[in-house]
Design a protein around this ligand. Structure first.
Ligand SMILES: C[S@@+](CC[C@H](N)C(=O)[O-])C[C@H]1O[C@@H](n2cnc3c(N)ncnc32)[C@H](O)[C@@H]1O
Length: 230
């Protein structure tokens, strides 16, 4: 898989792409991540990439021309614009992108991006959540990590990415514990030490439902508890 990232800050990516499972996947040739310097496509001697908004208002808006130039050679890839106004990102979207041979992530800065980019130059517009970042780069890194860990062979045990939050029944994962069985008087649930696999499986499912009901009832609305609609 190849992932291009159109950004005003290509240097943002050097450290994070060198560590952990993403770093290893890049070293193993499973994925290539190419930051593309938007400034190189800027206009004139000053490589201008932004201008004042039509109609007035605070801040600067990223111009369409540099983005059109940067995206032209990437027209055959799946182009994703990062924006607080985009569709909220959820696991099935990452699953879909992980199947694609080429993905392009477009990072905004300043007040935002000329709307014609979203309308004409990308395939999708997504948001990381209901909050505002200073730029799309941190969102792009989150997406790269979320996609790369789904690529075949990247996570040692494939079960890890099949049995986790938002998978299967679409619930949050149950709580996890490891040694010691007691710390500072805080004991792990007895059932997990019982060796009774049927009881453990029943407890885990009950915990998944309880946590989801308490913390993310919206997930149960999407996927009713009785299993209908799954
Ligand atoms: C300061 S933000 C612009 C916010 C914009 N003025 C607004 O009110 O919606 C600059 C850039 O950061 C990125 N960004 C900020 N928040 C984001 C989010 N929640 N999800 C994805 N990208 C985000 C986008 O690429 C955006 O163009």
């Amino acid at each position: 898989m190849r992932i291009a990232v159109v950004t005003l800050f290509p240097e943002f990516f050097a450290g994070p792409l060198g560590v952990g499972i993403v770093g290893r996947a890049i070293a193993d040739g499973v994925v290539a991540v190419e930051p593309i310097d938007l400034r190189a496509h800027g206009l004139g001697a000053y490589r201008q990439v932004d201008d004042a908004p039509f109609g007035g208002g605070a801040g600067m808006v990223m111009m369409i021309e540099p983005l059109a130039r940067a995206l032209e050679p990437l027209a055959a890839t799946h182009r994703v614009l990062l924006s607080p106004a985009g569709e909220p990102l959820r696991q099935p979207t990452l699953d879909r992108w992980a199947e694609m041979p080429r993905l392009t992530l477009v990072c905004g800065r300043y007040e935002g991006i000329d709307e014609r980019v979203a309308e004409h130059l990308v395939d999708e517009e997504v948001s990381l959540g209901d909050f505002v970042l200073a730029g799309g780069e941190a969102a792009a890194l989150a997406i790269i990590e979320g996609v790369v860990r789904l690529l075949p062979g990247v996570v040692g045990n494939p079960e890890s990415t099949r049995q986790e939050s938002f998978r299967g029944e679409g619930l949050l994962e149950e709580p996890q514990y490891t040694r010691p069985a007691e710390f500072a008087g805080w004991a792990v649930p007895e059932v997990l030490l019982s060796g009774d696999h049927a009881r453990i499986a029943a407890w885990r499912r009950e915990q998944r439902l309880r946590r989801t009901r308490e913390r993310r009832p919206d997930l149960l609305t999407d996927f009713p508890e009785d299993g209908s609609g799954r």
